[in-house]
Design a protein around this ligand. Structure first.
Ligand code: FE2
Length: 272
């Protein structure tokens, strides 16, 4: 811990750890947390957050964002056989190294194509690439969460604030688990069951994502939205959807979008 503390006290420009070393430090701190007092644990959590931010920034080549086409397959946070006997090594290998890699590659391709469309001002295939970005982006982001919300030492029940919130919003942990399980068992398409935090309702909810791209990418925060259901324009514009879209730009409240961006930018997951 002393070594990490000394590291964190250096001015950021003088820090010389490469991203893989930062990741190693995060992992060491996480495994050592049991041995410390509550205030030391708080200190470690803060340092882990800072290191995670730093890792996120450096892994995106110092630009503070992942450039279009630059997503990378994040490593599994444990060995392929670590979740046995519950999930065997072959599944983990195929799921991570083949399927998740496919989503990352598909997302990169879609983003590069969309960037090229913007440069060339040529949008003939934009619907196709938007669908590809949704399908592969949802796949990449959801799998990244999925690997990290499992752990060989996992199981048991949630504790602390998470448990309190589950009890507040679902009645009890057992009721939450029964609802989540039923949603999974009854989902009639491939997809996901997702416990979400609603920044609007200020509470937890259980949602399902059929085929995961119908609701576009998950793990993103909407900033500017345009309703193109017919009820939004048909009485006035009839079949002239393009006219509605063109005129809509005249009423966009940019300061409101800026306010949403200010809050949304505070949420930064790692790895980026
Ligand atoms: Fe999957």
């Amino acid at each position: 811990m002393d070594e990490v503390e000394t590291y964190m006290q250096q001015p950021e420009a003088d820090r010389s750890l490469d991203p893989s070393k930062i990741e190693e430090k995060i992992s060491t701190l996480r495994t050592e947390m049991d041995r410390f007092t509550e205030s030391e644990t708080d200190q470690i959590v803060q340092m882990v957050d800072e290191l995670a931010d730093e890792f996120s920034d450096r892994s995106s080549k110092g630009k503070g964002s992942v450039r279009p086409g630059d997503h990378e397959l994040p490593p599994l946070p444990y060995d392929y056989d670590a979740l046995e006997p519950y999930i065997d090594a072959e599944i983990m290998y195929l799921h991570h190294d083949v399927h998740h890699r496919g989503y990352v590659e598909g997302l990169n391709k879609a983003e590069v194509k969309m960037e090229k469309a913007r440069k060339d001002n040529k949008y003939d295939l934009i619907t196709h690439w938007e669908r590809e970005a949704a399908f592969h982006g949802a796949g990449h982001y959801l799998h990244t969460i999925f690997w990290n919300i499992m752990d060989p030492r996992g199981g048991g029940t949630p504790k602390g604030d998470l448990l309190s919130m589950i009890e507040r919003d679902f009645g009890s942990y057992q009721r939450f688990r029964a609802h989540f399980t039923a949603a999974a068992e009854k989902l009639s398409t491939p997809g996901w069951v997702i416990l979400v935090w609603s920044p609007r309702a200020h509470r937890l909810e259980i949602l399902t994502a059929e085929l995961h791209h119908y609701l576009t990418q998950w793990d993103v925060i909407p900033l500017l939205v345009l309703d193109i259901w017919e009820h939004a324009y048909y009485l006035q514009y009839k079949t002239e959807k393009a006219e509605y879209v063109k005129n809509w730009w005249e009423v966009v409240n940019w300061p409101a979008v800026q306010r949403r961006l200010d809050v949304a930018r505070q949420v930064k997951w790692s790895p980026a």
